[in-house]
Design a protein around this ligand. Structure first.
Ligand code: SF4
Ligand code: SF4
Length: 302
Protein backbone atom coordinates (compact mmCIF):
# COMPACT_ATOMS: atom_id res chain seq x y z
CA UNK A 1 0.00 0.00 0.00
CA UNK A 2 1.41 3.45 -0.94
CA UNK A 3 1.93 6.14 1.75
CA UNK A 4 -1.05 8.20 0.52
CA UNK A 5 -3.29 5.14 0.58
CA UNK A 6 -2.05 4.16 4.06
CA UNK A 7 -2.83 7.68 5.30
CA UNK A 8 -6.31 7.59 3.77
CA UNK A 9 -6.99 4.20 5.36
CA UNK A 10 -5.90 5.59 8.75
CA UNK A 11 -8.08 8.71 8.51
CA UNK A 12 -11.10 7.14 6.76
CA UNK A 13 -11.15 3.46 7.66
CA UNK A 14 -13.24 1.45 5.20
CA UNK A 15 -13.37 4.16 2.52
CA UNK A 16 -10.82 2.46 0.29
CA UNK A 17 -12.56 -0.86 0.67
CA UNK A 18 -15.88 0.76 -0.31
CA UNK A 19 -14.37 2.39 -3.38
CA UNK A 20 -12.74 -0.92 -4.35
CA UNK A 21 -16.12 -2.60 -4.03
CA UNK A 22 -17.71 0.09 -6.21
CA UNK A 23 -14.99 -0.36 -8.86
CA UNK A 24 -15.44 -4.12 -8.75
CA UNK A 25 -19.19 -3.72 -9.19
CA UNK A 26 -18.63 -1.46 -12.19
CA UNK A 27 -16.30 -4.06 -13.69
CA UNK A 28 -18.96 -6.71 -13.12
CA UNK A 29 -21.63 -4.64 -14.89
CA UNK A 30 -19.22 -3.96 -17.77
CA UNK A 31 -18.48 -7.68 -17.99
CA UNK A 32 -22.23 -8.42 -18.17
CA UNK A 33 -22.59 -5.85 -20.96
CA UNK A 34 -19.62 -7.23 -22.89
CA UNK A 35 -20.83 -10.81 -22.61
CA UNK A 36 -24.35 -9.83 -23.67
CA UNK A 37 -23.27 -7.72 -26.65
CA UNK A 38 -24.47 -4.34 -25.36
CA UNK A 39 -23.19 -1.64 -27.74
CA UNK A 40 -23.16 1.27 -25.26
CA UNK A 41 -23.13 1.48 -21.48
CA UNK A 42 -22.68 4.42 -19.13
CA UNK A 43 -23.08 5.22 -15.43
CA UNK A 44 -24.83 8.37 -14.19
CA UNK A 45 -25.02 9.39 -10.52
CA UNK A 46 -28.63 10.22 -9.57
CA UNK A 47 -27.63 13.73 -8.44
CA UNK A 48 -26.76 14.72 -12.04
CA UNK A 49 -30.49 15.21 -12.67
CA UNK A 50 -30.66 17.68 -9.78
CA UNK A 51 -27.45 19.45 -10.79
CA UNK A 52 -28.56 19.88 -14.41
CA UNK A 53 -32.15 20.80 -13.43
CA UNK A 54 -33.30 20.12 -17.02
CA UNK A 55 -35.75 17.33 -16.21
CA UNK A 56 -38.79 18.23 -14.07
CA UNK A 57 -38.39 17.00 -10.44
CA UNK A 58 -41.06 14.27 -10.65
CA UNK A 59 -39.27 12.69 -13.63
CA UNK A 60 -35.90 12.31 -11.90
CA UNK A 61 -34.64 8.89 -10.73
CA UNK A 62 -34.89 9.53 -6.98
CA UNK A 63 -38.45 10.85 -7.29
CA UNK A 64 -39.42 7.70 -9.20
CA UNK A 65 -37.52 5.30 -6.95
CA UNK A 66 -36.07 6.83 -3.78
CA UNK A 67 -33.15 4.37 -3.23
CA UNK A 68 -31.64 5.16 -6.66
CA UNK A 69 -27.98 6.24 -6.46
CA UNK A 70 -26.77 5.30 -9.93
CA UNK A 71 -28.52 4.94 -13.27
CA UNK A 72 -26.92 2.48 -15.68
CA UNK A 73 -27.90 3.24 -19.25
CA UNK A 74 -27.48 0.60 -21.95
CA UNK A 75 -27.86 1.11 -25.68
CA UNK A 76 -28.06 -1.04 -28.78
CA UNK A 77 -27.41 -0.07 -32.37
CA UNK A 78 -30.13 0.41 -34.97
CA UNK A 79 -28.27 -0.55 -38.18
CA UNK A 80 -28.28 2.23 -40.76
CA UNK A 81 -29.29 0.19 -43.85
CA UNK A 82 -32.53 -0.82 -42.12
CA UNK A 83 -33.21 2.60 -40.61
CA UNK A 84 -32.89 4.04 -44.14
CA UNK A 85 -35.91 2.08 -45.30
CA UNK A 86 -38.23 3.76 -42.81
CA UNK A 87 -41.20 3.68 -42.75
CA UNK A 88 -41.18 -0.03 -43.53
CA UNK A 89 -42.01 -3.35 -42.00
CA UNK A 90 -38.31 -4.24 -41.73
CA UNK A 91 -37.68 -1.07 -39.72
CA UNK A 92 -40.69 -1.79 -37.50
CA UNK A 93 -39.43 -5.31 -36.81
CA UNK A 94 -35.94 -4.02 -36.02
CA UNK A 95 -37.46 -1.53 -33.59
CA UNK A 96 -39.41 -4.30 -31.86
CA UNK A 97 -36.37 -6.59 -31.73
CA UNK A 98 -34.19 -3.85 -30.22
CA UNK A 99 -36.87 -3.06 -27.65
CA UNK A 100 -37.29 -6.68 -26.59
CA UNK A 101 -33.52 -7.08 -26.36
CA UNK A 102 -33.20 -3.94 -24.21
CA UNK A 103 -35.94 -4.99 -21.82
CA UNK A 104 -34.36 -8.42 -21.50
CA UNK A 105 -30.93 -6.88 -20.82
CA UNK A 106 -32.32 -4.49 -18.21
CA UNK A 107 -34.38 -7.21 -16.54
CA UNK A 108 -31.37 -9.53 -16.33
CA UNK A 109 -28.99 -6.82 -15.11
CA UNK A 110 -31.50 -5.74 -12.46
CA UNK A 111 -31.77 -9.31 -11.15
CA UNK A 112 -27.98 -9.76 -11.24
CA UNK A 113 -27.56 -6.60 -9.12
CA UNK A 114 -30.31 -7.70 -6.73
CA UNK A 115 -28.62 -11.09 -6.30
CA UNK A 116 -25.39 -9.29 -5.35
CA UNK A 117 -27.26 -7.34 -2.66
CA UNK A 118 -27.74 -4.06 -4.56
CA UNK A 119 -31.44 -3.22 -4.71
CA UNK A 120 -32.29 -2.28 -8.29
CA UNK A 121 -35.17 -1.31 -10.55
CA UNK A 122 -35.45 -0.79 -14.31
CA UNK A 123 -37.51 1.49 -16.45
CA UNK A 124 -38.45 -0.17 -19.77
CA UNK A 125 -37.22 1.33 -23.05
CA UNK A 126 -40.69 2.73 -23.85
CA UNK A 127 -43.04 3.93 -21.18
CA UNK A 128 -46.44 4.19 -22.86
CA UNK A 129 -49.20 1.75 -23.68
CA UNK A 130 -50.90 3.31 -26.70
CA UNK A 131 -51.03 6.26 -29.06
CA UNK A 132 -54.09 7.45 -27.15
CA UNK A 133 -52.04 7.54 -23.95
CA UNK A 134 -49.46 9.71 -25.73
CA UNK A 135 -52.14 11.94 -27.19
CA UNK A 136 -53.44 12.54 -23.66
CA UNK A 137 -49.98 12.94 -22.08
CA UNK A 138 -47.15 13.03 -24.58
CA UNK A 139 -44.21 11.90 -22.48
CA UNK A 140 -42.99 8.88 -20.59
CA UNK A 141 -42.66 8.88 -16.80
CA UNK A 142 -38.88 8.66 -17.27
CA UNK A 143 -36.75 9.74 -20.24
CA UNK A 144 -33.75 7.69 -21.37
CA UNK A 145 -32.27 10.45 -23.57
CA UNK A 146 -31.20 12.77 -20.72
CA UNK A 147 -30.22 9.68 -18.72
CA UNK A 148 -27.86 8.65 -21.53
CA UNK A 149 -26.45 12.17 -21.70
CA UNK A 150 -25.81 12.16 -17.94
CA UNK A 151 -24.20 8.71 -18.30
CA UNK A 152 -21.72 10.12 -20.82
CA UNK A 153 -23.06 8.29 -23.87
CA UNK A 154 -23.72 11.32 -26.06
CA UNK A 155 -25.22 14.77 -26.41
CA UNK A 156 -28.70 15.91 -27.41
CA UNK A 157 -28.98 17.18 -30.97
CA UNK A 158 -31.27 19.68 -32.71
CA UNK A 159 -33.69 16.79 -33.31
CA UNK A 160 -33.99 16.07 -29.54
CA UNK A 161 -32.42 12.68 -30.21
CA UNK A 162 -29.38 11.44 -28.32
CA UNK A 163 -26.38 11.64 -30.67
CA UNK A 164 -23.63 9.16 -29.93
CA UNK A 165 -20.11 9.06 -31.37
CA UNK A 166 -20.54 5.48 -32.56
CA UNK A 167 -24.02 5.43 -34.05
CA UNK A 168 -25.26 9.02 -34.11
CA UNK A 169 -28.94 8.89 -33.07
CA UNK A 170 -29.37 5.32 -34.36
CA UNK A 171 -29.54 3.72 -30.91
CA UNK A 172 -32.25 2.49 -28.57
CA UNK A 173 -31.81 2.87 -24.83
CA UNK A 174 -32.87 1.42 -21.50
CA UNK A 175 -32.07 2.45 -17.90
CA UNK A 176 -31.43 0.42 -14.75
CA UNK A 177 -31.60 2.26 -11.42
CA UNK A 178 -29.54 0.83 -8.58
CA UNK A 179 -29.01 1.70 -4.93
CA UNK A 180 -25.28 1.01 -5.40
CA UNK A 181 -22.94 3.96 -5.75
CA UNK A 182 -20.92 3.11 -8.85
CA UNK A 183 -18.09 5.35 -10.13
CA UNK A 184 -19.74 7.62 -12.71
CA UNK A 185 -18.66 8.20 -16.30
CA UNK A 186 -17.82 11.75 -17.36
CA UNK A 187 -20.32 13.53 -19.56
CA UNK A 188 -19.15 14.39 -23.09
CA UNK A 189 -17.53 17.82 -23.14
CA UNK A 190 -18.30 18.68 -26.76
CA UNK A 191 -21.64 18.91 -28.58
CA UNK A 192 -21.88 16.29 -31.35
CA UNK A 193 -24.66 18.04 -33.28
CA UNK A 194 -23.18 20.12 -36.11
CA UNK A 195 -26.48 21.94 -36.77
CA UNK A 196 -26.52 20.73 -40.37
CA UNK A 197 -30.34 21.05 -40.38
CA UNK A 198 -30.86 17.73 -42.20
CA UNK A 199 -33.29 16.52 -39.51
CA UNK A 200 -35.34 19.71 -39.74
CA UNK A 201 -35.35 19.68 -43.55
CA UNK A 202 -36.32 16.01 -43.89
CA UNK A 203 -38.94 15.76 -41.13
CA UNK A 204 -42.18 15.06 -43.02
CA UNK A 205 -44.22 17.00 -40.46
CA UNK A 206 -41.91 19.98 -40.01
CA UNK A 207 -41.74 19.08 -36.32
CA UNK A 208 -38.12 20.26 -35.81
CA UNK A 209 -37.15 23.90 -36.02
CA UNK A 210 -33.54 25.00 -35.67
CA UNK A 211 -32.69 27.56 -33.03
CA UNK A 212 -29.96 30.12 -33.66
CA UNK A 213 -29.26 30.52 -29.93
CA UNK A 214 -28.77 26.87 -28.94
CA UNK A 215 -28.17 23.36 -30.28
CA UNK A 216 -31.45 21.70 -29.26
CA UNK A 217 -34.16 22.80 -31.68
CA UNK A 218 -37.81 23.61 -31.09
CA UNK A 219 -39.81 20.42 -31.32
CA UNK A 220 -43.51 20.13 -32.11
CA UNK A 221 -44.39 16.94 -30.26
CA UNK A 222 -47.99 16.95 -31.51
CA UNK A 223 -46.82 17.03 -35.15
CA UNK A 224 -44.43 14.14 -34.50
CA UNK A 225 -47.20 12.26 -32.71
CA UNK A 226 -49.52 12.78 -35.71
CA UNK A 227 -46.88 11.08 -37.89
CA UNK A 228 -46.60 8.23 -35.40
CA UNK A 229 -50.39 7.77 -35.41
CA UNK A 230 -50.47 7.56 -39.21
CA UNK A 231 -47.74 4.95 -39.18
CA UNK A 232 -49.31 2.93 -36.36
CA UNK A 233 -52.54 2.84 -38.40
CA UNK A 234 -50.49 1.45 -41.31
CA UNK A 235 -48.66 -0.91 -38.95
CA UNK A 236 -45.20 0.30 -39.98
CA UNK A 237 -44.10 2.60 -37.17
CA UNK A 238 -41.95 4.33 -35.99
CA UNK A 239 -40.95 7.20 -38.27
CA UNK A 240 -37.31 7.86 -37.32
CA UNK A 241 -36.49 9.85 -40.47
CA UNK A 242 -34.60 12.32 -38.25
CA UNK A 243 -32.40 9.45 -37.03
CA UNK A 244 -31.84 8.18 -40.57
CA UNK A 245 -30.58 11.46 -42.02
CA UNK A 246 -28.31 12.60 -39.17
CA UNK A 247 -24.71 12.58 -40.46
CA UNK A 248 -23.20 11.93 -37.00
CA UNK A 249 -21.85 8.48 -36.11
CA UNK A 250 -18.97 6.18 -36.99
CA UNK A 251 -21.50 3.69 -38.35
CA UNK A 252 -21.38 5.83 -41.51
CA UNK A 253 -17.73 4.82 -41.95
CA UNK A 254 -18.68 1.15 -41.77
CA UNK A 255 -21.45 1.49 -44.35
CA UNK A 256 -19.52 3.85 -46.69
CA UNK A 257 -22.13 5.81 -48.64
CA UNK A 258 -20.58 8.65 -50.61
CA UNK A 259 -23.14 11.34 -51.52
CA UNK A 260 -25.83 9.96 -49.25
CA UNK A 261 -26.71 13.29 -47.61
CA UNK A 262 -27.70 14.69 -51.02
CA UNK A 263 -29.79 11.58 -51.55
CA UNK A 264 -31.59 12.03 -48.22
CA UNK A 265 -32.26 15.72 -48.78
CA UNK A 266 -33.70 15.10 -52.24
CA UNK A 267 -35.75 12.02 -51.38
CA UNK A 268 -39.18 13.49 -50.64
CA UNK A 269 -39.16 15.67 -53.74
CA UNK A 270 -37.82 12.95 -56.02
CA UNK A 271 -40.38 10.37 -54.87
CA UNK A 272 -43.22 12.90 -55.12
CA UNK A 273 -42.22 13.43 -58.76
CA UNK A 274 -41.58 9.76 -59.48
CA UNK A 275 -42.44 7.08 -56.88
CA UNK A 276 -40.33 4.63 -58.91
CA UNK A 277 -37.23 6.82 -59.03
CA UNK A 278 -34.44 4.22 -59.52
CA UNK A 279 -32.12 6.04 -57.11
CA UNK A 280 -34.44 5.08 -54.24
CA UNK A 281 -35.57 1.70 -55.59
CA UNK A 282 -33.95 -0.38 -52.83
CA UNK A 283 -35.74 1.59 -50.10
CA UNK A 284 -39.11 1.90 -51.88
CA UNK A 285 -39.05 -1.84 -52.62
CA UNK A 286 -38.89 -2.56 -48.88
CA UNK A 287 -41.62 0.00 -48.18
CA UNK A 288 -43.98 -1.52 -50.74
CA UNK A 289 -44.29 -4.99 -49.25
CA UNK A 290 -45.65 -6.28 -45.97
CA UNK A 291 -47.60 -3.13 -45.13
CA UNK A 292 -51.20 -2.21 -45.92
CA UNK A 293 -50.81 1.33 -47.21
CA UNK A 294 -53.27 4.15 -46.71
CA UNK A 295 -53.37 7.02 -49.10
CA UNK A 296 -49.83 8.21 -48.40
CA UNK A 297 -46.50 6.53 -48.04
CA UNK A 298 -45.22 8.71 -45.24
CA UNK A 299 -41.94 10.03 -46.58
CA UNK A 300 -43.09 13.16 -48.39
CA UNK A 301 -43.60 16.60 -46.92
CA UNK A 302 -47.17 17.63 -46.34
S1 SF4 B 1 -39.73 11.02 -35.86
FE1 SF4 B 1 -40.38 11.70 -37.92
S2 SF4 B 1 -42.07 13.15 -37.55
FE2 SF4 B 1 -40.98 12.89 -35.59
S3 SF4 B 1 -39.48 14.54 -35.55
FE3 SF4 B 1 -38.42 12.74 -36.40
S4 SF4 B 1 -38.67 12.97 -38.62
FE4 SF4 B 1 -40.17 14.32 -37.65
S1 SF4 C 1 -29.27 16.00 -38.48
FE1 SF4 C 1 -27.75 17.67 -38.22
S2 SF4 C 1 -28.87 19.23 -37.06
FE2 SF4 C 1 -30.07 17.36 -36.86
S3 SF4 C 1 -29.32 16.42 -34.95
FE3 SF4 C 1 -28.08 15.54 -36.61
S4 SF4 C 1 -26.26 16.88 -36.74
FE4 SF4 C 1 -27.81 17.97 -35.54
Amino acid sequence: MKDREKKEEATHPGKRAASRTAEDLKKDVLRFCRERGVDLVGFAPAERWDEAAEVPPDFRPRAIWAPARTVIVMGVEMPLPIVETTPSVVHMELYKTANIELDRLAYDLMRRLNRRGHASFFFPRDGYGSMRALRENNRAAFAHVPAAKYAGLGTIGASHNLLTPGFGPRVRLVSVFTSAEIPPDPMLGKELCIKCEACAQCCPKGAIRMRPDRVVGDYDDQACLAMAEELVAQRCFPCGICTKVCPIGKDRILYKQPGVMKKYLGEAEALAANPDDPQYQAWTHLRKYGVARGKKQGTGKE
